[in-house]
Design a protein. Structure first.
Length: 343
């Protein structure tokens, strides 16, 4: 029996993405990455990293150093009790400066080559597997391989999808939410399977005795009263709040109604969660905090400028100084926001 797997991108999904990493000291786990791998493993998934590493073709990092980087990643995960089953990477790029790696490759995402190779070597059922990454390349590779896909789209790095880009099956703020999505998928699948197993087949349906429904009895009573036969015995009133239906059709209608109610409640709950999930999964950033503080100081400088202009003794020098400070601080604030976005 084939195994199932979680195919994970490396940079921006498991570790921070400062650009081209060319030193093991640059490897820093993203918040919750190790815990997410542990939970995926507990659900029976093999954990496989599939990563484009064009830095090798561009001469930025050698394959030897890349191996050290991956060993550092494994070490950091092991310190938190997590592990990876295998790491696949593609060092090729058609515009590389290293002749050995200057070519197009089926292993380079968005092509699904690495996922297909892993499936063959590790006996993985791709239809039961997931591809998780932070770019459209990861999603397209997963879809071509036949996996379900989750796009990691963090609020500070959110990008509008471009026309023609493949649409992921699900979206998440970070890998912690991706774990919740996979868990919810399994709960829904298990619930559907249990409902299918509990539904009796046509051959095993119990015989339902035909009993006149209370509504028909009530109509007969009214008809009898209309013809002066009020002395007929009164029918038994049904218990309050019980549906006036019968047989198998009643059971199916109730099940359909219950399913629709459950779907509506799940939809409402999902909507409420989505409104707050950015706060739930957000990460504190000192750079963003400093940018906010500088922005407040800019506002104070502008207020001082207005005060100097409107004051009885207008001070042009003070106005220009305040405006100058406001402009410089505003540039600083924008710089902090850009640094945070690239972090």
């Amino acid at each position: 029996m084939s195994d199932k797997a979680i195919f994970l991108d490396r940079d921006g999904t498991l570790i921070e993405d400062p650009g081209y990493i060319n030193n093991p000291k640059q490897v820093k786990l993203l918040d919750g990455a190790a815990e997410a791998l542990i939970e995926f493993g507990a659900m029976g998934y093999k954990l496989v990293v599939v990563s484009n590493q064009s830095g090798v073709a561009r001469g930025i990092v050698s394959e030897k150093v890349l191996g050290e980087i991956h060993n550092r990643l494994k070490q950091l995960l092991a310190e938190k009790g997590a592990f990876l089953d295998k790491i696949y990477y593609c060092p090729y790029h058609p515009e590389g400066v290293v002749a050995k790696y200057r070519e197009e490759s089926d292993y380079r995402k968005p092509s699904p080559g690495m996922l297909l190779a892993a499936a063959e070597e590790m006996d993985i059922d791709l239809e039961k597997s997931w591809a998780i990454g932070d770019s459209s390349r990861d999603i397209e590779a997963g879809l071509q391989a036949g996996c379900k896909t989750i796009l990691i789209n963090r609020p500070l790095h959110y990008e509008q999808p471009k026309p023609g880009e493949p649409k992921p099956d699900y979206k998440a703020i970070n890998i912690k939410e991706a774990v919740n999505i996979v868990k919810q998928y399994h709960r829904s699948a298990d619930r559907s399977a249990s409902q299918t197993e509990s539904t009796p087949t046509e051959q095993t349906q119990p015989v339902v005795s035909k009993v006149e429904p209370p509504m028909l009895q009530l109509e007969e009573r009214l008809d009898f009263a209309h013809h002066g036969q009020a002395n007929q015995p009164e029918p038994t009133e049904p218990p309050p709040f019980l549906p006036l239906t019968r047989g198998r059709g009643a059971t199916e209608e109730q099940e359909i109604s219950n399913d629709r109610t459950e779907q509506l409640l799940e939809s409402i709950l999902s909507h409420v969660k989505s409104m707050q999930r950015a706060d739930m999964f957000g990460e504190f950033s000192m750079i963003r905090f400093m940018a906010g503080v500088v922005q407040v100081i800019v506002l104070l400088c502008l207020l001082l400028t207005i005060w100097f202009l409107m004051g009885p003794n207008r001070q042009d020098n003070a106005v220009f100084i305040s405006l100058g400070f406001a402009m410089v601080l505003q540039v600083m604030s924008l710089t902090f926001y850009i640094m945070q976005r690239r972090k």
